[in-house]
Design a binder for this molecule. Structure first.
Ligand code: V0V
Length: 148
C-alpha cells in the first residue's frame, strides 16, 4: 500500500485558540476568510469553527479553529504548555479504520481503539505525535452527508 491508497489530501490544519470569537474575528476581518461551519464537540472538549473561502474545490484544505470548553480539554492543556498556535495537521482518508490498521502495522500508534466523531459527523482518529516526527496527525473520514 502506498500513500495514495492511504490519504486523499490535507483536510485541515488545526489551530489552538483561547477564545473562538476573537479568533474568528481575526481570521475573517483581518485575514479575509469566511466561517464555513461551527460546532461544539463535548467529547473532544472543544468549540470549533472551520474557516475557508467557501468557493474552493472540495480538496482544498481548511483552517480549524479550536477553543477549549473547559480546563480538562486537550486544547486547554496545549494552550497552557505551548500558547496559541498550530496544534494538529489532518489528513483526509477514505477509510479511517483501514488507515489506522496500516499505520499501526508500520509502528505508528493511534490514540483510539475505534474512531470517534469529529467535525460534521466525520469519523476521526489521531496518530501519536511521538510516532510522527512531533506532529499530532489526525485521520479524517468525512461523513457521507456532512452535518451542518
Ligand atoms: C502533545 N504533544 C504534542 C501535542 N500534544 N506534540 C505535537 N502536537 C501536539 N498537539 C507532545 C507533548 O509536547 C509531549 O512531549 C507529549 O506529546 C505528551 O504530551 P502531554 O502534554 O503530556 O499531553 P498528553 O499526553 O496528555 O496528550 C497529548 C495527546 C492529546 C496527543 C495524547 O493531545 C490528545 O489526545 N489529542 C487528540 C485529541 C485532540 O487533540 N482533540 C482536540 C481536537 P514531551 O514534552 O514529552 O516531549 S478535536 C478535533 O480535531 C476535531 C473534533 C476534528 O477535527 O474533527
Amino acid at each position: 500500500m502506498d500513500n495514495t491508497d492511504l490519504f486523499i489530501c490535507i483536510d485541515h490544519v488545526g489551530l489552538a485558540v483561547p477564545d473562538l470569537d476573537d479568533a474568528i474575528k481575526f481570521h475573517t476581518e483581518v485575514m479575509g476568510w469566511r466561517v464555513l461551519h461551527r460546532e461544539r464537540n463535548d467529547e473532544q472538549g472543544v468549540e470549533e469553527a472551520m474557516i475557508g473561502t467557501g468557493t474552493q474545490g472540495a480538496e482544498n484544505a481548511q483552517i480549524q479553529l479550536l477553543a477549549p470548553l473547559n480546563e480538562n480539554s486537550t486544547i486547554a492543556k496545549f494552550l497552557v504548555k505551548n500558547g496559541p498556535g498550530m496544534q494538529q495537521l489532518a489528513y483526509r482518508v477514505h477509510d479511517v479504520e483501514k488507515v489506522a490498521e496500516a499505520l499501526n502495522a508500520r509502528g505508528v500508534r493511534t490514540l483510539y481503539p475505534a474512531p470517534k466523531i469529529g467535525t460534521g459527523g466525520s469519523r476521526i482518529n489521531f496518530c501519536h505525535p511521538k510516532d510522527t516526527g512531533g506532529v499530532l496527525l489526525e485521520l479524517v473520514e468525512p461523513a457521507a452527508h456532512p452535518a451542518h
